[in-house]
Design a protein around this ligand. Structure first.
Ligand code: FES
Length: 161
């Protein structure tokens, strides 16, 4: 006749197995999600909008005071922690592009003077600072662009990721 501990043991074992199964399933799900994100980044064309908004007080950005000027900034984990290139398109409008080259994901660099274009130091791709389009290969597609809005009276730029 089985003892009390022997009768309980199978249930404990079952609970442990269920717990173990759930833990492994969670790890597998997270791994699949991370792999999916990594693959999307490697393809270089897909940025999933998170809807997260950041604001920037442009009056404090001395490098963004003239039309055509560009600054490179990071905003936490937005854009996967990679830099965002902010272009002053006019006195009252701004553009924001991912700095991640669509060829092999190097960081493109801002122009050395206002009105110039972005260039990739890895294989020489050139992107327009006006719309992110490819001006010279081997990049297969334009730099992803984030939505921007600017409140001229408060000098606040909002970027939506
Ligand atoms: S990674 Fe930019 S041109 Fe190759």
């Amino acid at each position: 006749m089985p003892s009390l501990s022997q009768e309980i043991l199978p249930e404990k074992s079952c609970n442990a197995s269920r717990r173990d199964f759930l833990r492994k399933t969670t790890i597998l799900t997270l791994s699949a999600s991370a792999l999916s994100t990594l693959l999307a980044a490697c393809e270089g064309t897909t940025i999933t909008s998170t809807g997260q908004q950041i604001t920037l007080d442009v009056s404090k950005e001395t490098a963004l005071q003239s039309v055509g000027s560009v600054v490179s900034k990071t905003f936490g984990q937005n854009n996967s922690g990679r830099a965002v290139l902010i272009v002053r398109a006019s006195t009252t409008s701004f553009l924001a592009f991912s700095s991640v080259c669509t060829h092999e994901q190097c960081d493109v660099i801002p122009p050395s003077s206002p009105g110039g274009n972005f260039s990739c130091p890895c294989h020489g791709a050139v992107f327009s600072a006006k719309d992110g389009s490819v001006l010279a290969g081997p990049a297969p597609s334009a730099l992803p662009r984030f939505q921007t809005s600017f409140n001229a009276s408060s000098n606040i730029l909002t970027i939506t990721f």
